[in-house]
Design a protein around this ligand. Structure first.
Ligand SMILES: [Zn+2]
Length: 252
């Protein structure tokens, strides 16, 4: 066919965090409410991008932030609402290995997992400051990725026709985005390379980063590759509490 894909954003949790974590040195001390998104892609295969938070208690106990999850936001329930059985997922792409993007890998036992090689390396041996954010085994945490067998991408690679991963380092050393060909053009699921539309519109790098200059270059790279950017943590993506579709020709 035309190798076209449709994209569904699923809201799998809500956090209130300090805004300069999102927009670097901007609105320090202001709260912002953000979603924890799991993405479902349907084309020639069934694909998940990011597996969200496993146990919301991790947020309070280890990360030190407030995270709530309604019954409808439970990841398995969010998939059920759009009629997707996790056992039928062929591929899972992780934009990076932070705790809130890689928690439920075990939900997809039949999938091939894709992450960047340098992301996996860093997640196992991060700077001590970042051990908790990865739930790194090095810090004694139980990460969602510890028992996952990965295909390790190295830079930009095509996954399937119309679907590719794009290196977008800076937030973490091996962050990647996902470029998706749809009936409405190329969408880029940015991961935490672009947290919100404000980062993009005001050219503000993510406040949480390992390399701020690289993070800014990655934002510019992704903007040039996309007709539409889909940021990782922006409630503007969800005008209603329902799952939201992008790029497709039909609504769910
Ligand atoms: Zn992150």
């Amino acid at each position: 066919m035309d190798n076209l894909w449709r994209i569904v954003a699923l809201d799998t949790g809500t956090s209130v965090i300090e805004k300069s974590i999102i927009t670097y040195l901007t609105d320090i001390g202001h709260p912002i409410t953000i979603p924890r998104i799991m993405w479902y892609l349907e084309g020639s295969r069934r694909v998940i991008v990011d597996t969200s938070v496993r146990d919301i208690q991790v947020a309070t106990d280890i990360i030190g932030e407030n995270l709530t999850r309604t019954p409808e936001q439970e990841p398995w329930r969010a998939l059920q609402r759009i009629g997707v059985d996790p056992l039928t997922i062929d591929i899972v792409i992780l934009t990076h290995l932070h705790w809130d993007h890689s928690g439920n890998n075990g939900m997809f036992p039949n999938a091939r997992f894709i992450v960047q090689r340098d992301e996996l390396q860093y997640a196992y041996a991060p700077s001590p400051f970042f051990e908790a954010a990865f739930l790194s085994p090095q810090g004694g945490y139980h990460s969602g990725f510890r028992t996952t067998r990965f295909y390790l991408a190295e830079g930009d690679e095509e996954v399937l026709p119309g679907l590719s991963v794009v290196k977008a380092a800076g937030h973490t050393p091996g962050s990647q985005a996902v470029r998706v060909k749809t009936a409405k053009g190329y969408y880029v699921i940015a991961g935490d390379a672009i947290f919100t539309y404000e980062n993009l519109q005001k050219d503000i790098p993510p406040g949480f980063h390992v390399d701020v200059d690289q993070a800014l270059r990655s934002m510019h790279k992704l903007a040039n590759l996309a007709d539409e950017i889909l940021p990782s943590h922006d409630y503007a993506l969800f005008p209603t509490p329902e799952p939201q579709e992008f790029g497709g020709q039909r609504t769910i």
